[in-house]
Design a binder for this molecule. Structure first.
Ligand SMILES: [Ca+2]
Length: 192
């Protein structure tokens, strides 16, 4: 009997612990967005097309980073989300948090890009060493494989994803997102 009780208690503790780890409240309150959790990271999918530097700044303002994909499991998860019924964005591309600087691709978290999922012929470095394609994005027509694109000019604005550490139990002191009310309504379906 005691063994059964201990087992039930263990299961409860595990389930309770899993539920307690969630996206921070201020993240789930961002307009035009959708959240999902994978491997102890909270991902915020923002349905608002902006230039790459604006996307980076929005993620930073919220206390997060832009999306980094550093292994195949994370790539598969992000792809599943982008193809999911809940998040079927009508967009051609979604920014990654990777930028070409000092002859290297780097994530906004400062780490060097090692895992990659470039589409065939990418990064194409348009105009060679005088590249204007210094920011990375996932392209829908290529099954969300990666392309390099101009970071912030003309019509090159896209949706983006931010990432955050999960809330730990007892760690939910209300934080107000400075940009939460500043999102533009771009006429797309509101996703929460
Ligand atoms: Ca390219």
């Amino acid at each position: 009997m005691e063994a059964v009780y201990t087992t039930v208690l263990s299961v409860f503790v595990i389930i309770h612990g899993a539920c307690a780890m969630s996206c921070p409240d201020f993240v789930t309150e961002v307009p035009h967005s959708y959240t999902a959790v994978h491997n102890h990271v909270c991902y915020l999918f923002v349905n608002n097309e902006v230039f790459w530097p604006t996307a980076r700044d929005k993620c930073f303002e919220l206390g997060g980073e832009m999306l980094s994909i550093e292994d195949q499991a994370t790539m598969d998860f992000i792809k599943d989300q982008l193809n999911s019924k809940e998040l079927r964005w009508d967009r051609k591309g979604v920014w990654l948090g990777a930028r070409y600087r000092n002859s290297n691709w780097e994530w906004t978290n400062g780490r060097r890009v090692s895992y990659t999922n470039w589409a065939s012929g990418e990064p194409s470095k348009l105009f060679g060493f005088l590249s204007v394609e210094d920011c990375a994005q996932m392209r829908k027509e290529d099954n969300w494989q990666w392309h390099d694109f101009p970071c912030g000019s003309l019509k090159f604005h896209y949706n983006y994803v931010c990432e955050f550490p999960l809330n730990k139990p007892g760690d939910s002191a209300g934080r107000v997102a400075p940009s939460a009310s500043g999102q533009e309504d771009n006429g797309n379906v509101y996703l929460k």
